[in-house]
Design a protein around this ligand. Structure first.
Ligand SMILES: [Zn+2]
Length: 347
């Protein structure tokens, strides 16, 4: 007897396969029970297949063209691993190790403290390699002569990475600084060495974010756009990476007293769909005046935590999906010149 697959599980399986057949990557797909038991809805038993491959999977065992369950399982595992690596690669290229314009330090800290000791260690080992590699790329591309505070792989960033290993959400080097009136953990001013603490806190937020991504992964908003029935979408609390445009005027960092929060609209457009969210950006989490300018208008990349779909509007051939979310970090530049090599797999 068939037991229906829960919508939330269906969405998870489809997104883990980027909506594509695990054998040929065609995108008109259905979910197949690998062992032939329609009530076994264990995630390991659910494969995403296109119609021709589904036919081959359900053909009589006597046919030589029939796909065996063990073959389908192997395809599923391999394709899901590739999708996970691609998701992390995309999210990483959107949160690369240089200045981000906006960081939601409060929310990043909340997520960071939820990691386990083994996740901290795993993230530490992986990030160390990634940051070294990105430092090389940045030097190749001339980023180290930037006027912005130095975010290269130096003694401060190396020390900060040690606090990922220890799972320490507020490294001691920030404690000597004055704190922000709206946030007792947000440092202002300079270290005794003269280095700007606020700039390194920006870097620290990126390091924490990358640790969270390493442990928990992310979905891509492009994949969400392929979901047919948005009303069934259940992804509350998942990290989503995006590339889109921001529309709206964001207050300068020194206006936080009069205007603690700026509102701007995020738009991500596909061929037939537009995804739209109102981002509430805390003014004191914006890094600089130039960051304010780029957040006020322009293309942006980043990560957000999706809370849910609020409204879906169909009009002619287009559909607008409004969703609620909490921004984690965003940066301007539409991808930026710092390309993350495809072959650098993160798992
Ligand atoms: Zn196929």
């Amino acid at each position: 007897m068939r037991t229906a697959i829960l919508d939330s599980l269906r969405t998870t399986v489809l997104l883990a396969n980027r909506h594509a057949c695990c054998i040929c990557q065609r995108i008109d797909v259905q979910i197949h029970h690998i062992d032939g038991n329609n009530s076994n809805n264990d995630q390991t038993n659910l494969a995403v297949l296109c119609l021709p491959h589904h036919d081959k999977a359900t053909a009589p065992p006597s046919l030589t063209a029939r796909l065996r369950p063990s073959e389908i399982s192997a395809y599923k595992q391999s394709w899901e691993a590739e999708c996970a690596a691609e998701s992390i690669r995309l999210a990483r290229s959107r949160t690369a190790f240089f200045m981000v314009d906006y960081k939601n330090a409060e929310r990043i800290r909340q997520l960071f403290v939820q990691l386990t000791p083994s996740e901290y260690f795993h993230a530490y080992a992986l990030l160390k390699d990634q940051f070294r590699q990105e430092d090389g790329l940045r030097k190749e591309q001339g980023f180290d002569i930037s006027l912005e505070p130095n975010t290269s792989w130096n003694y401060v960033t190396q020390e900060l990475l040690e606090y990922v290993r220890k799972g320490n959400v507020h490294p001691p080097c920030f404690r000597e600084c004055k704190t922000h009136p709206l946030d007792p953990l947000y440092p202002r001013g300079f270290f005794s060495s003269g280095e700007p603490a606020f700039a390194y806190y920006d870097v620290w937020c990126q390091i924490m974010t990358r640790a969270i991504l390493t442990a928990r992964g992310s979905y891509d908003i492009e994949d969400l756009m392929r979901v047919r029935d948005i009303s069934r979408l259940s992804l509350a609390g998942k990290i989503i990476s995006f590339s889109g445009s921001l529309l709206g005027k964001v207050a300068f960092p020194d206006q936080y007293a009069e205007k603690p929060v700026s509102s701007t609209t995020l738009m991500v457009k596909g061929r037939q769909q537009t995804w739209r969210a109102e981002l509430q950006l805390k003014t004191h989490y914006i890094y600089s005046v130039t960051a304010t300018g780029s957040l006020s208008d322009g293309r942006s990349n980043g990560l957000l935590v999706m809370r849910g779909i609020e409204r879906v509007q169909e009009r002619a051939r287009t559909r607008t999906v409004e969703f609620s979310c909490t921004p984690l970090i965003t940066g301007c530049g539409g991808g930026g010149p710092l390309g993350i090599p495809r072959e650098s797999r993160t798992n």
